[in-house]
Design a binder for this molecule. Structure first.
Ligand code: UTP
Length: 295
């Protein structure tokens, strides 16, 4: 019997981030800030809010700054302490709460999201776990993974965060076909990675939030490389649906694809408008620059 409590969140952060070059030539995409916090910190906060206590980062050689971000920085702490900047000191000291552990595992080569998740197997063990892609930033009242956790506890099966995408974006995502089961919830009957629009079974796309049962590791170990010469998580899920139910959750919230320039800018504007310190002034600024000019 699979335990219902999810303790582990896996963050695959070993991708190349080519859509954001040259910014991501040296700096990880996941360290891009939205206002004043890097994307990976939003991801970590969302996972901890949903109950994660063990954070597993799948990294690569160029991602050391992620590890440093979640580590202590005694020199900076000393400077903030002697200059009396207590609130900043508290912010940088408490990014990771004391009950949470971070584990870093190197993916030697970016062989795909499926391969990155497989790298987490020994750290995850025989338990269900979250997979969280930090470049999908989701703004919602209840954190997306918390919505998914509640759903998971009812059914104890893998669960994919999904949303409807425009036809012209279908080729960028894993796309699912679903049927409504006897329990009234939608179960995946088919999943395909980055299909052409004409071949797509729907326009319901899997975005960067998953709850997976440990059975996925067996599937990841047996699939072959496919689209983009990578080991695709989608292919492993496609095999998993033959053995156990995989459900979908069309979550409440707005997703920003911060791996794309436009998505990142939209997120920056939205989070800037909501920011306690600068939101009002930023809103005034935006109104001014978007006002029709009178001659
Ligand atoms: P993406 O394809 O969106 O990210 O992978 P990418 O490869 O970093 O970016 P582009 O497309 O070149 O701009 C989805 C997620 O999977 C991780 C990425 O870091 C990202 O969070 N990933 C991808 C890995 O960790 N390892 C891989 O081999 C591939």
């Amino acid at each position: 019997m699979i335990p219902k409590k999810i303790r582990t969140a896996v963050f695959p952060v070993a991708g190349r981030g080519t859509r954001f070059l040259p910014a991501t030539k040296v700096s990880p995409k996941e360290m891009l800030p939205v206002v004043d916090k890097p994307l990976i910190q939003y991801a970590v906060e969302e996972s901890i809010a949903a109950g994660a206590e063990k954070l597993v980062f799948i990294t690569s050689s160029s991602k050391e700054s992620i590890e440093n971000h979640f580590d202590r920085n005694p020199e900076l702490e000393h400077v903030l302490s002697v200059s009396g900047q207590k609130s900043l000191l508290s912010i940088i000291r408490n990014i990771i709460p004391p009950h949470v552990t971070c584990i870093y595992i190197r993916q030697e080569e970016p062989l795909g999201l499926g391969h990155a998740v497989l790298c987490a197997q020994s750290a995850v063990g025989n338990e269900p776990f979250f997979v969280h892609l930090a470049d999908d930033l989701i703004n919602s009242e209840i954190p997306c993974l918390e919505q998914m956790r509640k759903h998971f506890e009812l059914h104890n099966s893998s669960l994919l965060g999904v949303e409807h995408v425009h036809d012209e974006d279908i080729h960028k995502y894993g796309i699912v076909a679903t049927e409504v089961g006897s329990s009234g919830i939608s179960r995946v009957t088919k999943i395909v990675e980055k299909p052409a629009r004409k071949d797509a079974p729907s326009n319901l796309a899997v975005v960067g939030r998953y709850i997976l049962t440990p059975e996925i590791f067996k599937k990841l170990s047996s699939i072959k490389v496919s689209a983009g010469n990578e080991l695709q998580l989608t292919d492993a899920i496609s095999s998993l649906i033959n053995d156990e139910p995989v459900y979908i959750l069309p979550f409440d919230g707005t997703r920003y694809d911060c791996g794309s320039k436009l998505g990142y800018l939209k997120a920056t504007v939205q989070y800037g408008l909501e920011h306690a310190e600068i939101g009002v002034k930023f809103s005034e600024y935006l109104k001014n620059i978007t006002k029709p000019q009178t001659k």
